[in-house]
Design a protein around this ligand. Structure first.
Ligand SMILES: Nc1ncnc2c1ncn2[C@@H]1O[C@H](COP(=O)(O)OP(=O)(O)OP(=O)(O)O)[C@@H](O)[C@H]1O
Ligand SMILES: [Ca+2]
Length: 971
C-alpha cells in the first residue's frame, strides 16, 4: 500500500497523517494496513477480511512484524507504532481535584443550617450591639465551619490520592512477547500493535488480536461478551478480545488493536470505573451513626424547647421584644443545631476509611496489595488460613535434584545422569517437546527459561542432558493436552520431522502417570513389563523422593502403530515409564515462625496442595503445620459426606492431591461451620476457592492474572509471613475502630447530657456553639486520626480471633464508657452548681470564668480519655504511645489550640482567661479520668475473678441490640 492510501482517512484520523508524513516513506517504515480495518475485522469476527489481508502471516507482514520473530521493538519502532495505532492504555476518568472535595464538604446539611445561624447571629448581633461587640458569635461559628469544611475536604482528598496510587499498582501486569526473535517480559501497557504475545492459562488477554498458533486454547469471554460458555480459539475462530481471560491451554497471538481502539477500550470509555463499595464494617457503623444521630436530634429538640420555655417563663413582659431577645433565640437555635452536629458521629465512617487506608498503605510497604478494602478487616477475624504449598510455603524455585533413570538413582551433585543414547533421546524429546515452557537463547548465548517453576526445573534438567535448540525442531507436535490441576498430567502426540510413526509423551504426578504404565525401561536400557515387583520398586522410589519433601514427576511415552489415526484424545494407556524425577522446592525462611504466630493467635493453618501425600506431609511437618493432626488425600476427601467431613475437619491439617473443586468444597464446609476462612492460591485452579473464601489472597509473583483478579489481597512477595502480617493489620483495624467508637461515644454522651441537663435546670447551656464545634472536631476528625492510625503491635497476635461472632461494642467498652461519662458528668455538675462556692469565684465575670472552667475541664477529660481509649483492658494506657507520633501530635495540637482559645480568643470562643490555679484545677480534673479508668478496670477484674472466671471472655452488649453488631455475619 502506498502513501496515498492514508489520504481518505485524513479526516477521521488526522494524527496518523501528520505522523506518517513526518517520516520518510521507505517501505521499511510503513504499515500497510490501517487500524480501523483491523478493528472492524476483530470486532466483526470477519474471517473474510482476514483472508483479504493474507491471514495472520499476511497481517503480521503488513504490520512489519513476523509471527516467528516478532517486531523489531527498538525505541523508534515502538514509538512509531504508538503514534500510529495508539498505546495500550485507557483514558481514565478525570480525577477529582481538591476543589471538588471542598465543594462536596460544603454540602453538609447541618453545616448549611449552622452557616445560616452564623449569618443570623451576625446580623442580629451587629444590629443590636454594633460591629465591635456583636460580630463575634457569628464570626466564630463561621470560622469553625470553615475549619470543619477544610479538614473534611483535605482528608477526603488525601484518601482519593492514595486509592489512585493503589489503582496504578493494581494495573501493573506483565506478559511475555517475542521481540527481535527473543522472548521478553513487558508490562501490558507497553504492548504495541504487531507484537506477538504468549498466552497461557490464567493470563489476561491484554489487547485485541488474532490467533497465531497454540493448543487447546480456551478463552473465557464472559467479562466482555457476557458469553458464559468458554470459547475454543483456533485457526477457524482466531479472534481474541482484550479483557478476556485464558481459561486453559496456551498459544501465541498477534496484536492488532490496543488501548482505546479495542472493544474493551470502548466499553471502558462508556462505563468508567466502579468504586469501592462500603465494607461490612462501614455499613454496620453507618447504622450505628444513624442511631446516635437520631438520639442527638431528640436531645437537640428537647434542649431547644427547654431553653425557649425557660426564657419565656423568665421574660416578664411578653409584649415587648427587643433585638437582644431575638439574639437569644438565635443562640438557642444554634446550640440545638450544634448538638446535632456533635451527636452525628460523622467521624465514624471517616475513622474506618482512615484506618483501612492507613492499614492499606502500611500493608503495601509490607508487600500486600489490598484490592478490596473490606478484606483488611475480615482478615482480622480469620479463624482458618487454607494455604497452598507451592510458592507460599516454599520458594517456588524448583530444581530437579534426584532422578530415577534406567534402574539407577541419580543425585544432583554436579554429575549428570549417564544414560544410553536411546533413553537420552527419549528424555530430551519428552522434556523439550512435552512442555508449556520454553528455552530462549540470549544474544551472548546465555539461556533463559520460561514457564512454570516445575516446567523450568525440568527444562534445566533437560539442558544438562542435551541441547534444546537441536531437539525441538526435530519433532512436529500433532496434538497437545496442556497440564491442568484436575488431571495433573500433560501429554503430546508427536511425529519426528523425518517421518515415522506417531509417539505419545506423558508427564505428570508420579503415581498417576505410573498408574498408566505397563512397562518401564530397566538398567539394561530395554523395555520390561511393569509387574508387581517392578511396580512396587518404582513406588518405593517415589516414596523415597517424596519423603525428602521432593515433588515427584513421572515421564512416560508410547510408540503408536503405523496405522494409528490421530483422532480423539492422546492415548494414555499401557505407557512405558522412562524416568521419575524428584524436584526440590525449598521452604521459605521464616515460614515456621509465621505458622507458630498463627497458632498462638488461634488461627488454624491448613495446607491444601496438589502434590503427593508424602511430599505434602513431609513439607507440612517441616513448616510446623502438620503436628499430630490428620492428612487426607483428594480422592478420599471426595468420598466423605458432609457430616463425616465436619467431624474430621477439626483434626485435619493437610490435604494432598487436591483438585480445585476439593479446595472449593473444603472452604464451603468450613464456612458452614461458622469459620472465617482465608485462602491463598496462585493458580487459575485456585480461583474458585479464592472467590468463595472470606478473604482470598493471591500470590503476586507466581500468581496468574485470574487468581489475582479473584483475590481480595495480592501478596506481592508470595510469602506466608506476609499473610500473617495481613492478619495482624486486620486485627488492628478492627481494634482501632473500637477504640475510636469507645472514645466518641463517651464524648457524645457526656456533651449531650451535660448540655441538656444544664439547660433544663438553669436555662443556659454551659458549652456554647463554638465550644461544642471545637469538641466535635476533637472527638471526630482529630480522634479518628489519632486512634485510627495506632500501629499494630505483636500482642494482637496473642488474642483469639474474633470469628463470626463477637459484638462490635464489647462489654469492656461499655464499662469504660459508663465509668467516664459518670465521672465527667458528676464533676461538671458539681462545678456547675457548687463551683462558685467551692472555687470562691467573685466579681462580675464569675459566671464566664466558671463556664470556661467547665469547658476546659471537659476538654482535658477528653484529652486524657484519649489515652484511656488506647487500651481497653490493660491498665497501662501509655504503652507504645511514642510509636504513634500522629497520636502524640494530635494531643499536642489539641492542648495548644485549647490554650489559645481560652487565653486569647475569649471573645470568639465565649471564654474568659483563666489564671494559673484555675488551669491547674481543670487539668487535674481531666487527669483524674486516668484514675477513674484504672479503677474501673481493676474493679472489673476483681469482680470477674470473684464471681465468674469464665465471664471474662464472654461478651455482653445490651443497649444496641437491634444493631447487628456481630462482627462479620454478612461478609
Ligand atoms: N507442568 C506440569 N506438567 C506435568 N505435571 C505437573 C506439572 N506441574 C505440576 N505437575 C504435577 O502436578 C502436581 C501438582 O499439581 P497442582 O497444579 O494441582 O498443584 P500446585 O498448584 O502446583 O500445588 P499447590 O496446590 O501446592 O500450589 C505436582 O505434584 C506434579 O506432579
Ligand atoms: Ca460529630
Amino acid at each position: 500500500m502506498s502513501w496515498g492510501a492514508y489520504v481518505p482517512l485524513a479526516e477521521e484520523m488526522p494524527s496518523q497523517v501528520v505522523v506518517v508524513s513526518a517520516h520518510s516513506k521507505t517501505v521499511e517504515d510503513e504499515y500497510e494496513v490501517e487500524s480501523v480495518l483491523l478493528e472492524a475485522m476483530v470486532a466483526g469476527h470477519s474471517l473474510s477480511l482476514m483472508d483479504q489481508q493474507g491471514g495472520v502471516e499476511g497481517i503480521a507482514l503488513k504490520l512489519r512484524s513476523s509471527i516467528d520473530t516478532g517486531i523489531r521493538g527498538d525505541k523508534a519502532d515502538l514509538q512509531r507504532r504508538r503514534c500510529l495505532f495508539g498505546s495500550n492504555t485507557y483514558t481514565e476518568k478525570p480525577v477529582k481535584g481538591f476543589w471538588s472535595f471542598l465543594w462536596d464538604a460544603m454540602h453538609d446539611l447541618m453545616l448549611i443550617i449552622l452557616a445560616a445561624c452564623a449569618f443570623m447571629s451576625l446580623a442580629v448581633g451587629v444590629s443590636t450591639e454594633g460591629w465591635e461587640e456583636g460580630c463575634y458569635d457569628g464570626a466564630g461559628i463561621g470560622f469553625s465551619i470553615i475549619i470543619v469544611v477544610f479538614v473534611t475536604a483535605i482528608s477526603d482528598y488525601q484518601q482519593s490520592l492514595q486509592f489512585r496510587a493503589l489503582d496504578k499498582e493494581k494495573k501493573k501486569i506483565y506478559i511475555h512477547v517475542i521481540r527481535e526473535s527473543q522472548r521478553r517480559k513487558v508490562c501490558i501497557n507497553d504492548l504495541v500493535v504487531g507484537d506477538v504475545v504468549y498466552l497461557s492459562t490464567g493470563d489476561q488477554v491484554a489487547a485485541d488480536g488474532v490467533f497465531i498458533s497454540g493448543h487447546s486454547l480456551i478463552i473465557d469471554e464472559s467479562s466482555m461478551t457476557g458469553e458464559s460458555e468458554p470459547q475454543h480459539i483456533n485457526e477457524q475462530k482466531p479472534f481474541l478480545l482484550s479483557g478476556t481471560k485464558v481459561q486453559d491451554g496456551f498459544g501465541l497471538m498477534l496484536v492488532t488493536g490496543v488501548g482505546m481502539n479495542t472493544e474493551w477500550g470502548h466499553s471502558m470509555a462508556v462505563l468508567g470505573k466502579e468504586g469501592d463499595d462500603e465494607t461490612p464494617l462501614q455499613q454496620k457503623l453507618s447504622r450505628l451513626a444513624l442511631l446516635i444521630g437520631n438520639i442527638g436530634i431528640c436531645f437537640a429538640v428537647l434542649t431547644f424547647l427547654v431553653l425557649v420555655g425557660r426564657f419565656l417563663v423568665n421574660k416578664k413582659d411578653l409584649r415587648h421584644w427587643s433585638g437582644l431577645d431575638l439574639l437569644y433565640f438565635v443562640r438557642f437555635f444554634s446550640i440545638a443545631v450544634t448538638i446535632i452536629v456533635v451527636a452525628v458521629p460523622e467521624g465514624l465512617p471517616l475513622a474506618v476509611t482512615l484506618t483501612l487506608a492507613y492499614a492499606m498503605r502500611r500493608m503495601m510497604v509490607q508487600k500486600a496489595l489490598v484490592r478490596k478494602l473490606s478484606a483488611c478487616e475480615t482478615m482480622g477475624s480469620a479463624t482458618y488460613i487454607c494455604c497452598d504449598k507451592t510458592g507460599t510455603l516454599t520458594t517456588n524455585q524448583m530444581t530437579v535434584v534426584k532422578s530415577w533413570i534406567e534402574g539407577a538413582i541419580w543425585q544432583s551433585n554436579g554429575t549428570t545422569p549417564l544414560v544410553s543414547f536411546m533413553v537420552k533421546q527419549l528424555l530430551l524429546e519428552s522434556i523439550f517437546v512435552n512442555t508449556a515452557g520454553d528455552v530462549s537463547e540470549g544474544k551472548n548465548g546465555e539461556l533463559a527459561f520460561f514457564g512454570t517453576p516445575t516446567e523450568t526445573a525440568l527444562l534445566k534438567f533437560g539442558v544438562a542432558l542435551g541441547e534444546f535448540k537441536s531437539t525441538r525442531p526435530k519433532t512436529n507436535i500433532i496434538k497437545l493436552e496442556p497440564f491442568n490441576s484436575v488431571k495433573k498430567k500433560m501429554g503430546v502426540l508427536v511425529r519426528s520431522s523425518s517421518g515415522g510413526n506417531l509417539r505419545a509423551h506423558w508427564k505428570g504426578a508420579s503415581e498417576i502417570v505410573l498408574g498408566c504404565c505397563a512397562s518401564a525401561i530397566d538398567a539394561a536400557g530395554s523395555i520390561v513389563p511393569l509387574d508387581d515387583s517392578k511396580y512396587s520398586e518404582l513406588m518405593g522410589v517415589i516414596k523415597r523422593f517424596s519423603d525428602d519433601s521432593l515433588r515427584t514427576l513421572c515421564l512416560a511415552f508410547k510408540d503408536l502403530p503405523s496405522n494409528y489415526v490421530s483422532e480423539g484424545p492422546i492415548p494414555d494407556k499401557a505407557l512405558v515409564c522412562v524416568a521419575i524425577v524428584g524436584i526440590k522446592d525449598p521452604i521459605r525462611p521464616g515460614v515456621k515462625d509465621a505458622v507458630q504466630v498463627c497458632y498462638a493467635a488461634g488461627i488454624r493453618v491448613l495446607m491444601l496442595t496438589g502434590d503427593n501425600l508424602n511430599t505434602a506431609a513431609s513439607i507440612a511437618r517441616e513448616c510446623g503445620i502438620l503436628t499430630d493432626g490428620d492428612v487426607v488425600e483428594g480422592p478420599e476427601f471426595r468420598k466423605l459426606s458432609s457430616e463425616e467431613l465436619r467431624r474430621r475437619i477439626p483434626r485435619l491439617q493437610v490435604m494432598a492431591r487436591s483438585s480445585p473443586s476439593d479446595k472449593h468444597r473444603l472452604v464451603m464446609e468450613l464456612q458452614a461451620m461458622e469459620e472465617v476462612v482465608a485462602v491463598t492460591g496462585d493458580g487459575t485452579n485456585d480461583a474458585p476457592a479464592l472467590h468463595e473464601a472470606d478473604v482470598g489472597l493471591a500470590m503476586g509473583i507466581a500468581g496468574t492474572e485470574v487468581a489475582k483478579e479473584s483475590a481480595d489481597i495480592v501478596i506481592l512477595d508470595d510469602n506466608f509471613a506476609t499473610i500473617v502480617n495481613v492478619a495482624k493489620f486486620g486485627r488492628s483495624v478492627y481494634i482501632n475502630i473500637q477504640k475510636f467508637v469507645q472514645f466518641q461515644l463517651t464524648v457524645n454522651l457526656a456533651a449531650l447530657v451535660l448540655n441538656f441537663v444544664a439547660a433544663c435546670i438553669t436555662g443556659h447551656a454551659p458549652l456554647s456553639t463554638i465550644q461544642l464545634l471545637w469538641i466535635n472536631l476533637i472527638m471526630d476528625t482529630l480522634a479518628a486520626l489519632a486512634l485510627a492510625t495506632e500501629p499494630p503491635n505483636d500482642d494482637l497476635m496473642k488474642l483469639p480471633p474474633l470469628g463470626r461472632k463477637g459484638n462490635f461494642i464489647t462489654k469492656y467498652m461499655w464499662r469504660n464508657i459508663y465509668a467516664q461519662v459518670f465521672y465527667q458528668l458528676t464533676v461538671l455538675a458539681i462545678l456547675h452548681y457548687r463551683g462558685k462556692d467551692i472555687l470562691q469565684l467573685k466579681g462580675p465575670k464569675y459566671m464566664e470564668v466558671l463556664d470556661t472552667m467547665i469547658f476546659n475541664s471537659f476538654v482535658f477529660c477528653q484529652v486524657f480519655n484519649e489515652f484511656n481509649a488506647r487500651e481497653m483492658k490493660k491498665l497501662n494506657v501509655f504503652r507504645h504511645t511514642f510509636n504513634n507520633w500522629i497520636f502524640v501530635m494530635i494531643v499536642g495540637i489539641t492542648i495548644t489550640v485549647q490554650f489559645v482559645l481560652v487565653q486569647f480568643l475569649g471573645k470568639i470562643a465565649n471564654t474568659a482567661a483563666l489564671d494559673l490555679q484555675q488551669w491547674a484545677i481543670t487539668v487535674l480534673i481531666g487527669f483524674f479520668s486516668l484514675v477513674v479508668d484504672m479503677a474501673a478496670k481493676l474493679i472489673n477484674r476483681i469482680y470477674a475473678r470473684l464471681f465468674d472466671p469464665k465471664r471474662d471472655s464472654l461478651i455482653i452488649t445490651s443497649f444496641l441490640h437491634h444493631i447487628p453488631t456481630g462482627a462479620y455475619q454478612q461478609v
